[in-house]
Design a protein around this ligand. Structure first.
Ligand SMILES: [Zn+2]
Ligand SMILES: [Zn+2]
Length: 284
């Protein structure tokens, strides 16, 4: 039936391979279909779709949007989105703009706290990719303001610490609405990062998200344990949700994640794609 990977990042967000390169790479690994799910942007899709059409690999348009959630991180995947959808494009570019303003603001706050550093140093630490707090921590560590990365987060960069600047995010409801209005399927990504303490509470959260538009849950993910997988599978069944899976491959070899592998060498079946297509037909 074929193997797939429904969670991949390219240079359009924080991945290492360009959209064309990732299509070639997946093709070389013998995959039948992939989805491009860059953070808060759909910019890599057009190139990947093009390359997929040329090389005979099915490419599913997608996105991964970070939604507002207090406990942990809530990422929502969108599959089969119309990449020409204006509302989605506009809302995502707003996220990009606010993200670009966040890092200089954190530099400003650190300077007010007596830390001498420049935004250039942070950019340099990021090596030209998307800039994030780990790069701030690196610079603080190198300059001797802290002794560990953990200390950098505790004293300066963590949520609630004095140099922290809130990331602007959409509420889960708006995120899922944007995806559905662009013809897509909203799927809750890697549920373990929500940091929800009990299965019962996750069950309750799904009970809230489904009426708001949630259609699927990412059951297969390299970091999910056996127990988590069976929990998520059961919840998918209970809430009548589609099941998806992916590697979250960023092209960074050190992460030891390989494209198309859900965990311990196990592959991801194309049947997940067929189920999504069926769901879309039922919707239209
Ligand atoms: Zn994610
Ligand atoms: Zn991801």
């Amino acid at each position: 039936m074929g193997w797939v990977d429904l969670h991949l990042h390219t240079t359009a967000s924080d991945g290492v391979l360009s959209p064309s390169e990732i299509v070639q790479y997946a093709k070389g690994k013998g995959l039948k279909a992939i989805a491009i799910t860059d953070h808060d942007t759909i910019d890599g899709n057009a190139e990947a779709l093009d390359e997929g059409a040329k090389s005979g690999l099915e490419v599913i348009s997608g996105v991964e949007i970070s939604a507002q959630f207090d406990l942990g991180s809530m990422h929502i995947l969108g599959f089969f989105i119309d990449i020409g959808n204006t509302a989605l494009k506009e809302r995502l570019s707003l996220l990009q703009e606010t993200r670009a303003q966040r890092n200089p603001k954190m530099v400003e706050k650190l300077r007010e706290l007596g830390v001498e550093l420049s935004y250039d140093e942070i950019l340099h630490a990021s090596g030209g990719g998307q800039v994030g707090r780990p790069h701030f921590a690196q610079v603080l560590l190198r300059k001797g303001y802290v002794n560990t990365v953990q200390e950098a987060f505790d004293r300066y960069l963590g949520k609630g610490a004095p140099a922290y600047v809130n990331k602007f995010r959409f509420e889960p409801e708006e995120t899922m609405e944007l995806i559905r209005e662009a013809g897509g399927i909203p799927v809750l990504a890697h549920p373990f990062t929500l940091h929800i303490p009990s299965p019962h509470q996750l069950d309750a959260l799904l009970g809230e998200l489904v009426p708001l538009g949630l259609m699927g849950i990412e059951v297969f993910y390299p970091e999910h344990t056996k127990d988590q997988i069976s929990l998520y599978k059961g919840l998918a069944q209970k809430h009548d949700l589609l099941v998806t899976g992916g590697s979250d491959y960023h092209g960074i070899e050190a992460n030891k994640v390989e494209i198309g592998i859900r965990s311990r060498g196990m592959k991801l079946s194309y049947s997940m794609v067929e189920a999504m297509k069926e769901a879309l037909d039922l919707n239209s």
